[in-house]
Design a protein around this ligand. Structure first.
Ligand SMILES: [Zn+2]
Length: 170
């Protein structure tokens, strides 16, 4: 079983060490502060990103050809693997991700606990509870209201899909 609660808790803990008070969350800075080396490179096709441990250092590669919001979710997802599944990476080597949080991959996500955990980690890190609560200010987000969805997604520099995943998952 995927431990979503732990994934969210760890993301929130990482966010809290950053002392960030407003959206969007500065992901690259947080990754660097956590001792992770992040590299952007043009990968082929649907390859979103990868994570591995090299000489004891966590490394993350992100496909530089993808849209900014997608690159942010990829980086947050890989950070999730590095923090939640480091022991697995130490043993199994490079972890490669394709099509993270694409609509057509959401069903496959359901079969892999570690992917579910990395997605929950990513969604919480990009849209941490305190910042999301402040942005919503007691209101419920109406997903039929495209303008409101876009505005909130823009504020957090995430895709509408990521926002929907964050809000509707629980
Ligand atoms: Zn993954």
């Amino acid at each position: 079983m995927a431990d979503k609660e732990r994934a969210r808790r760890e993301a929130l803990r990482l966010f809290e060490t950053s002392a960030v008070k407003s959206a969007p969350v500065p992901l690259d800075r947080i990754a660097r502060a956590a001792g992770v080396i992040v590299q952007y490179a043009p990968f082929d096709g649907e390859l979103s990103g990868m994570s591995f441990i090299k000489n004891g250092h966590p490394m993350i590669g992100v496909n530089s050809l993808h849209a900014p919001t997608r690159k942010r979710f990829t980086l947050a997802h890989e950070l999730g693997h590095v923090i939640l599944h480091r022991h697995v990476l130490e043993v199994s080597g490079v972890h490669v991700d394709k099509g993270i949080l694409r609509r057509d991959s959401l069903t496959s996500e359901g079969t892999d606990d570690r992917e579910i955990e990395a997605n929950n980690f990513a969604a919480e890190l990009l849209m941490p509870e305190p910042l999301l609560a402040a942005a919503l200010d007691g209101r419920n987000l109406d997903f039929e209201d495209e303008e409101a969805v876009q505005a909130l997604a823009k504020r957090f520099n995430v895709s509408a899909t990521a926002l929907q995943y964050r809000i509707q998952r629980s």
